[in-house]
Design a protein around this ligand. Structure first.
Ligand code: CAA
Length: 263
């Protein structure tokens, strides 16, 4: 992945098993538009099928994770354009099709679609001064990439309603205090390093078990508790058919480090 050239991304492998994708459209504070999303989706799909990669960190710059959907691209869209081409649907590929964990490291602005993209990731980390918000109301529209659903589930209806109706921003510290972010860091560098550390830990486990963990936790968002627990148990049972279950448990019994086969 390191050799390729990207127009709107920087992609590297800073740690064993860990890919780092940096959104890179500095002139527009990483505003999200079709060519960038296309490049992001292609890259995520490649990483998902790359056996050397176990987890990915998605970040922006110190100034902006992403300042939202590109308003200039949207300005002249008609209803027929938006509905007919299912505008923004492809942005959900990160959530809908990517099966390895993606951690967002949010610094600077994460507004509108930027906040939504961060929330699509499996774990959200941020720095204290990150600037989150769903300001769509100020543009005469509403969140369109899952913000009304994901923010509400993460921080509760009353707070989400207030933020979405007023378009008021909130800080990284607030995101952490309210449970949207799993961790908050003092500085942008520490935030990215912290996300890489976590990604490295995850990349050190059995890829089969990691995928299964992600799948069952995500299922909890769609199923009732009874169905969710049943689903979890079925996936748990399925793992007894993997080599890594034997490897992991034998290593424990023999007080050794497991050597995963990812099968
Ligand atoms: N779309 C297009 N261009 C954007 C952009 C966006 N969302 N956000 C920033 N830019 C561009 C600016 O137009 C500007 O370009 P020029 O230099 O060519 O004028 C450049 O990025 C730098 O921005 P500013 O000069 O505005 O920088 P600032 O530091 O003064 O302000 C900001 C930063 C508060 C983030 C401000 O840029 C801003 O309010 N941006 C828009 C935020 C927003 O409303 N996002 C939601 C979009 S709607 C959406 O996302 C729908 C959805 O649900 C998917």
């Amino acid at each position: 992945a390191t050799e390729k050239t990207y127009e709107y991304l920087k992609v590297s492998t800073p740690r064993t098993g860990v890919a780092l994708i940096q959104l890179h459209r500095p002139k527009a504070l990483n505003a999200l538009f079709t060519p960038l999303i296309r490049e992001l989706n292609t890259t995520l799909r490649e990483l998902d099928s790359d056996p050397s990669v176990g987890a990915t960190v998605l970040t922006g710059s110190e100034k902006a994770f992403a300042a939202g959907a590109d308003i200039l691209e949207m300005r002249d869209k008609s209803f027929a354009d938006a509905y007919g081409n299912d505008f923004i649907e492809s942005w959900s590929e990160l959530y809908n099709t990517i099966r390895k964990p993606v951690i967002s490291a949010v610094n600077g602005h994460a507004l509108g679609g930027g906040c939504e993209l961060a929330m699509m990731c499996d774990i959200l980390y941020c720095s204290q001064k990150a600037n989150f918000g769903q300001p769509e109301i100020k543009l005469g529209v509403i969140p369109g990439a899952g913000g009304s659903q994901r923010l509400t589930r993460a921080i509760g209806k009353s707070r989400a309603m207030e933020l979405i109706l007023t378009g008021k921003n909130f800080s990284g510290q607030e995101a952490y205090d309210w449970g949207l972010a799993a961790r908050v860091f003092e500085t942008p560098e520490k935030c990215v390093e912290g996300a890489l550390d976590t990604a490295e830990t995850i990349a050190g486990y059995s890829k089969i078990a990691v995928k299964a963990c992600k799948e069952v936790v995500n299922k909890s968002q769609d199923l009732g508790i009874k169905e969710g627990v049943e689903f979890e148990r079925r996936v748990f049972h399925g793992l007894f058919g993997s080599e890594d279950q034997k490897i992991g448990m034998e290593a424990f019994a023999e007080k050794k480090k497991p050597e995963w086969t990812h099968r």
